[in-house]
Design a protein around this ligand. Structure first.
Ligand code: KIV
Length: 266
């Protein structure tokens, strides 16, 4: 059970303090994020790309999401854990949506779920609210809609598209979402939406005016290099550090340096 709750999300917005989020998919990184004081961890279906090596998030299953969410919740003491509803876990109807969302709380120990969508998930959000399952909605670039969108493109650039996103933001707030993730939209639009809503907005590629920020962990620490979006800031090069450590280990074995006496039993 985490200490940071949906009430802290709202309080941080009221107090004008930024909400800090990252994704994580396993126990060791969940522990590191928690120790660093990150407010909330999203077990994102981005794990399909950065952990499973898939081309997109569509094949990720509910069972895989539960498996990874369990590992993450075991690693945290303070951060709130949010499970990401994968493709086809809520598109087939409200009952399926509530049942699958419930699995994140019941089986994996998450405190909330995230769902991609605006107006089309209003009834899902209401049903989840009735089941006491807090929902973070996700609009703008929604990677599960990659085929409809024709690729990973910035959304809300025309006046009509921007107005639609503003309407969707209000619709999910009115339905009972506790927060709203805004992905890849112009910063002027996210500023407007963030000022308009009373629930906090969390941005990824949505500029500095959101109430909080999230990035994919593997992008931030340099563990995923196949595709790095413009909005990513890389804070470490863990791949290069791991590569040189493993090369040194291999070298030591080949030269007879490892194991030495201190790693051996007498
Ligand atoms: O799946 C994910 O990690 C996400 C982030 C990109 C916000 O939805």
């Amino acid at each position: 059970m985490s200490n940071f709750t949906i009430h802290d999300f709202l309080k941080k917005k009221k107090d004008g303090k930024k909400i800090t989020m990252l994704t994580a998919y396993d126990y060791p990184f969940a522990r590191i994020l928690d120790e660093a004081g990150i407010d909330a961890i999203l077990v994102g279906d981005s794990l399909g790309m950065v952990v499973q090596g898939l081309d997109n998030t569509l094949p990720v299953t509910m069972d895989e999401m539960i498996y990874h969410t369990k590992m993450v919740t075991r690693g945290v003491q303070n951060a709130m854990v949010i499970g990401d509803m994968p493709f086809m876990s809520y598109h087939t109807g409200i009952d399926d949506a509530v049942r699958n969302a419930g699995r994140f709380l019941k089986e994996a120990g998450a405190s909330a779920v995230k769902m991609e969508g605006g107006a089309e998930i209003v009834d899902h959000i209401k049903a989840m609210a009735r089941a006491d399952i807090p929902v973070m909605a996700h609009i703008g670039l929604t990677p599960q809609s990659i085929h409809r969108m024709g690729g990973y493109k910035v959304q809300g650039k025309t006046e009509e598209a921007a107005n639609r996103l503003i309407e969707e933001a209000h619709a999910v707030e009115d339905a009972g979402a506790f927060s709203l993730l805004l992905e890849a939209i112009p910063m002027s639009l996210s500023r407007l939406i963030s000022a308009d809503l009373s629930i906090p907005t969390i941005g990824i590629g949505a500029g500095p005016h959101c109430d909080g920020q999230i990035l994919v962990l593997h992008d931030v620490i340099g563990l995923f290099e196949r595709f790095v979006p413009k909005f990513v800031k890389k804070y470490a090069d863990v791949k290069m550090d791991a590569l040189s450590a493993i090369r040194e280990y291999k070298d030591d074995i080949e030269k007879g340096i490892f194991p030495a006496e201190e790693q051996s039993f007498k």
